[in-house]
Design a protein around this ligand. Structure first.
Ligand code: DGL
Length: 295
């Protein structure tokens, strides 16, 4: 059974939180006629300090939610998930039952490594503790010919951005501290979906001549090429105007408030999802009674 024998769906994009909206922004620019469904797992973020096993479990739930929303192609925008869980997700969902539409899961680590290696041999990568501990970016960049790759974990930065503090002294001090005395790099890869909001803090902290690389436009270009080679997973709308749905496991109003900064545009109504028996399911309103019974 080929992919084109089935109905195409929207493109699913998943991140631990708001950060992946910076990737969605680039995807929307490259593919404006495609429909997207974005899932931000803000209710359970941050992922960056969690055990790999937990990340596998959470990311399976998110990918399955997006498949249940009709997506047949899911882009894992989160570098942490891409670093530790992508191969697992690809193996788990690539095998098709008879009559079931083929599904695919793509990530961000290889496009990020390709983009870095194209321009540099002395690469720095900054990301979450789990991304850095996995070493996945360095492995991929070295396979592509990078001669020196150094990695640094910056556990505070995603939280600072989630808080909306990216333009504050706290952000500038934290970034400066994390990149201090980083020897011999000419390109710094922003290896976390939150960090593009900290670009000016990185520019201020890094020596002149170190290029800052946001992988999102390269991820978008790779996806555009992938869709040309793989027909039938997602097709553009004839009127050229793709749609966007946004799901969040956290507080929808907080998502709406912060999310626009990441997307650079207004968000549609946020649809709430919540974990129930190890699955993420739509949640219109709290299912448990609130308040206390007076005795
Ligand atoms: N979205 C994650 C990433 O790109 C960072 C935030 C988190 O720790 O959940 O790695």
């Amino acid at each position: 059974m080929t992919a084109s024998s089935f109905h195409p769906g929207p493109i699913g994009v998943f991140d631990s939180g708001f950060g992946g909206l910076t990737v969605l922004r680039a995807l929307g620019k490259a593919l404006p006629a495609h429909d997207f469904v974005y899932l931000g797992d803000t209710g359970r973020a941050p992922y960056g300090g969690r055990d790999t096993e937990v990340i596998l479990d959470l990311s399976e739930q998110c990918v399955e939610r997006l498949f249940d929303e009709g997506c047949r192609l899911v882009v894992v925008a989160c570098h942490t998930v891409s670093s530790v869980a992508l191969r697992h997700l690809q193996r788990r969902y690539a095998s098709e039952a008879v009559g079931q539409a083929p599904r695919r899961v793509l990530g961000v680590t290889i496009p990020a490594a390709e983009a870095a290696v194209q321009r540099s041999r002395k690469i720095g990568f900054i990301g979450t503790a789990r991304s850095v501990a996995s070493g996945t970016f360095a492995i991929e960049a070295e396979k592509l010919g990078a001669s020196e790759v150094s990695l640094r974990a910056a556990p505070l930065l995603a939280a600072i951005v989630e808080q909306g503090w990216e333009d504050t002294e706290i952000a500038r001090l934290a970034v400066a501290r994390y990149v201090a005395d980083w020897p011999h790099i000419d390109t710094l890869v922003l290896g976390c979906t939150h960090y593009p909001l900290l670009v000016s803090a990185f520019e201020a902290a890094l020596p002149k001549g170190v290029a800052i690389l946001d992988p999102a436009p390269f991820v978008a270009e790779r996806l555009r090429e992938w869709l040309l080679r793989h027909q039938g997973y997602a097709v553009p709308r004839a009127d050229g105007r793709g749609t966007l749905r946004v799901l969040s496991s956290g507080d929808p109003s907080a998502f709406a408030l912060h999310g626009a900064r990441f997307l650079g545009a207004a968000l549609p109504l946020i649809e709430h999802v919540a974990e129930e028996r190890s699955r993420l399911v739509p949640r219109a309103r709290p299912s448990a009674p609130v308040g206390q019974v007076v005795r």
